[in-house]
Design a protein around this ligand. Structure first.
Ligand code: ZN
Ligand code: ZN
Ligand code: FE
Length: 753
């Protein structure tokens, strides 16, 4: 039994939407209510999990023909015990706060016009209407009027003006309304920024270039994307070399659902997500033997697939008829580029051509990334289609700003009982990322007119976000990293009272100045106790370990066997030892003396150690890559695990030594890596159950970057359920550090109380 809460925004008022919901819910025997407010239509229904999924799919599939959904977000919550189903009175009251909509994928009607040779918008790449098109990426200030958007400089032609002023027209007050006579236009530039062609010629030549295997930078909705034929291995490799992105999987845009199905399996929920107005990248299980270039996602059983979401993408992909890589237009992992001059300067060395246009992008908004696990959506990156929709909180909050963490940064502001979490900003590692971070903060504060009473920040003194907070002049509230993870997951699930947080990630600054990351925190937003954690071990080189799983492994071996661990030659790949003798000597000295080798209890680093011990990943090119490889290895159907020990104490210490000794033994016996990986995952799930039992907590929140791992999350969730616990996961925010700003706000609010 669960309670499903759905918030729908769009053309859902005055079109018979509430009676439709009433009929659907009562027909399905679900209890709850539906109502209407200026913020949208809110629905809550209770029933068995499977019925709720069916309800959700039917809601979308059978909605009244005049309605259009611009945004649909849902959460699965604890049942409230409703009886019957009601249409509750509309909420006319409440703060009349403006909702800024995210950018919305092209609606079916605009799509029809786009390919209708008799329509005046035939093949016009900037077609939109009140139901669809750019919003967040073009708004300069509120109220949302054309003059306050990046469309201000385009004067409407008489035809567009007539539509705009006609209450019966689909484009009545559609602020970005435009056509080929009066609106934005395409231009094709070479890598130096010299104009080559305009309008449909630009589009045709861009398509030709892609067919020839060239790299196209395309100015999309919220920034530049880099496109290349996804079937052309040489071209994809060239893109990787030029972008200096050696291994991270690249997203692929498919012409339509039908063609996508030739490359990946798509469940009903995944289909809903792909075709939704949010239109995110969805991680899908790929089918064998497709003609997708191996370099798109090396060694990855998933593919990040998406569908065209602007008229420009639709035109291009339909002309091409084949899938293209569509990745952020940036170098390394900097924020996505939004301006031509900047794009030419920064990615001119990557792209052969630029397909651009003269509608300015006010702020960067990346493509969102989602995956379905446990039969529900989970966001891994929250940006286009979702940001800046508010997250409703059960309590009223003082105005606060939270600046998030360091990696996968997103910031947040609170007003009333809502928290607005910004679009994904990224890793605050480069000056560009830092500039984007500053801009987004200024942006949120001015758009929402928030005057923060305080700034909530991570306890880590070296994070750029912390330094920004310190220099800001606002009163400060430092929030422990994993406490923020727990509070965020609790707020999303509307949990009050004591909850056990399984807060597992790569690293966060602990209260004892060590690196935490494999913590069990028992508490709520106001306070917590660290009730258990993994046995600590040294990370030689500290930060360097993030990209060198072998360092985690050597740290672990050193903790078990001391200096002797260096003689036993445990760390090998098929090519030989993972460390040269001289390197090993240096690391041994560092750890023996405790120099530049901080201790950690990180669960993420345990995954890294397994990757290195299995010889699959001594080095990696991005944070979390090794953990991902270990997840992908795990063989389904393996049910057993390894021993572990809970050492009594306060906090409890989870000793992984029996577990790693067993892994080493299995490896010596040549047990398949896929089996070892599955057993490792299974053991982690049992550890969660065992600690939950020890602490007596009934409700368990799974949060932190480690829970992006589908195998572990599903296994832990089911094991907890079958042992009588209530597990919770994130719903609308990512479990990784992209979700901590919400937690920081909620924690800070309790301190202001
Ligand atoms: Zn439309
Ligand atoms: Zn016009
Ligand atoms: Fe974290």
């Amino acid at each position: 039994m669960r309670r499903l809460r759905v918030t729908i925004r769009g053309a859902v008022q005055g079109v018979g939407f509430r009676p439709f919901v009433y009929r659907l819910a009562t027909e399905m025997g679900l209890r709850g209510w539906v109502n209407n407010s200026p913020q949208g239509v809110f629905i809550e229904v209770e029933g068995p999990n499977e019925s709720l999924e069916t309800f959700l799919l039917r809601l979308q599939a059978e909605k009244p023909s005049l309605s259009f959904i611009q945004s649909l977000e849902y959460s699965l919550l604890e049942p409230a015990g409703y009886d019957g189903f009601q249409i509750t009175p509309s909420k006319a009251t409440g703060e009349r706060v403006a909702v800024i909509l995210p950018d919305i994928a092209t609606c079916p009607q605009c799509l029809d016009e786009l390919f209708d040779a008799n329509d005046r918008r035939y093949r016009y790449p900037f077609t939109n209407c009140t139901l669809c098109g750019p919003r967040f990426s073009i708004i300069r200030s509120l109220p949302y009027d054309r003059a306050n958007t990046t469309m201000a400089s385009f004067a409407m032609c008489p035809d567009c003006r007539r539509e705009y002023e006609d209450p019966s027209d689909r484009r009545f007050h559609a602020q970005p309304d435009a056509c080929s006579v009066c609106g934005p236009r395409l231009a094709l530039l070479d890598a130096q920024g010299i104009l080559l062609a305009g309008d449909n010629d630009a589009l045709r030549q861009a398509a030709d270039a892609l067919r020839e295997g060239r790299i196209l930078a395309l100015k999309g909705m919220g920034g530049f994307q880099l496109l290349v034929d996804a079937r052309n291995e040489d071209a994809v490799q060239r893109l990787r070399e030029r972008k200096r992105r050696e291994e991270k999987p690249l997203a692929v845009m498919f012409p339509d659902l039908l063609s996508l199905r030739r490359y990946a399996t798509v469940s009903p929920l995944e289909e809903r997500l792909l075709a939704s107005p949010e239109s995110p990248i969805v991680l899908l299980e790929r089918l064998p033997d497709s003609d997708i270039a191996p370099s798109v996602a090396p060694g990855n059983p998933y593919i990040g697939g998406m569908l065209p979401y602007t008229p420009l993408h639709h035109l291009l992909l339909r002309d091409l008829g084949f899938p293209v890589v569509a990745t952020s237009g940036n170098l390394h992992d900097e924020p996505i580029t939004t301006e031509e001059a900047d794009a030419v300067a920064s990615i001119g060395s990557v792209a052969d051509l630029f397909l651009t246009h003269n509608r300015p992008i006010e702020r960067h908004v990346d493509d969102s990334v989602a995956r379905v696990q446990l039969g529900r959506e989970m966001l891994l990156r929250r940006a286009r289609g979702y940001a800046p929709l508010p997250i409703a909180i059960k309590r009223t909050l003082p105005p606060l700003l939270a600046v998030g963490g360091h990696l996968k940064n997103a910031v947040a502001v609170s007003r009333g009982s809502e928290v607005v979490v910004s679009q994904h900003i990224g890793d605050l590692e480069t000056p560009k990322a830092h500039a984007a971070f500053c801009k987004v903060i200024g942006d949120l504060l001015s758009l929402y007119e928030v005057r923060p009473l305080a700034v909530a920040h991570d306890k880590h003194p070296d994070y750029l976000s912390t330094q920004w907070a310190r220099a800001s002049g606002y009163p400060l509230i430092a929030v422990q990293h994993h406490h923020a993870h727990l509070a965020s997951c609790m707020a999303e699930n509307e949990l009050e009272g004591e909850v056990l947080g399984v807060t597992w990630d790569g690293a966060g600054y602990g209260d004892d100045d060590t690196l935490w990351g494999g913590e069990f925190l028992l508490g709520d937003a106001a306070s917590y106790r660290r009730v258990a954690h993994f046995r600590q071990f040294r990370l030689p080189g500290g930060e360097a370990a993030i990209k060198e799983p072998r360092r985690s492994a050597i740290g672990l071996l050193f903790e078990m066997d001391g200096a002797a661990s260096f003689d036993s030659n445990q760390l090998r790949t098929s090519d030989g030892p993972q460390f040269a003798d001289s390197e090993a000597r240096l690391l041994r000295q560092m750890m023996a003396k405790g120099v530049n080798s901080p201790v950690t209890s990180s669960a993420g680093r345990l995954f890294d150690a397994v990757a290195a011990l299995l010889g699959i990943r001594p080095l990696c090119s991005f944070e979390g890559q090794a953990a991902m490889m270990v997840e992908f290895l795990a063989e389904r159907g393996v049910e057993d695990g390894y021993p572990f020990e809970l050492r009594p104490g306060d906090p409890l210490v989870i000793d992984w030594e029996p577990l790693f000794r067993a892994i080493l033994r299995d490896r010596e016996r040549d047990v398949a890596a896929s089996v070892i990986s599955a057993r490792f995952h299974n053991t982690l799930a049992e550890i969660i159950v065992a600690v939950a039992r020890e602490t007596g907590a009934k409700r368990v929140a799974l949060t932190g970057g480690v829970f992006q791992n589908r195998y572990l999350t599903e296994r832990a969730y089911r094991r907890l359920e079958s042992e009588g616990f209530r597990p919770f996961t994130h719903q609308r925010l990512p479990p990784n550090d992209g979700g901590i700003a919400l937690g920081q706000i909620v924690v800070a609010a309790t301190q202001i109380d």
